[in-house]
Design a protein around this ligand. Structure first.
Ligand SMILES: [Fe+2]
Ligand SMILES: [Fe+2]
Length: 134
């Protein structure tokens, strides 16, 4: 699955979350595009900073929604968010040479796996939380 496919393929059905997921994929695309150009190391590191900031804000939004709705898997979901943020820091170093020293995949595949795994396994459970019936 490409990053572009991820934008359309992962829908929780909650508009505000889906919008932010697409924005996060946009930052990931920018990281990969920048990485493919020569001498882009400072920009790549700035973009990883942006990904970290936007992902933090996004996770906070999901967590407030889950608290508001007394979501039963809140603790596990929040723990996963914390792990994802740690992984951004690791990914930046691990992918310095274009191939992740942790998973052996290239940067693009590594980013895709990072995001798609959480959205399909955890965020998909949020479907219906913001629905009209609450
Ligand atoms: Fe999410
Ligand atoms: Fe999440």
């Amino acid at each position: 699955m490409s990053l572009t496919n991820l934008k359309d393929g992962l829908n929780t059905g909650i508009d505000s979350l889906d919008y932010e997921h697409r924005k996060l994929v946009g930052v990931m695309e920018a990281i990969c595009d920048s990485f493919d150009r020569a001498d882009s190391a400072p920009e790549v590191s700035d973009l990883f900073g942006k990904l970290y900031a936007e992902a933090s804000a996004h996770f906070a939004l999901e967590e407030s929604l889950m608290r508001e709705k007394k979501y039963r898997l809140y603790d596990a979901h929040k723990a996963d968010h914390e792990q994802l943020l740690d992984q951004i820091r690791n990914m930046m170093e691990a992918c310095e040479d274009g191939k992740c020293t942790d998973c052996g995949m290239n940067l693009r595949a590594c980013l895709e796996a990072w995001f798609a795994g959480h959205v399909t396994e955890a965020d998909s459970g949020l479907r219906g939380l913001a629905g009209p019936s609450g």
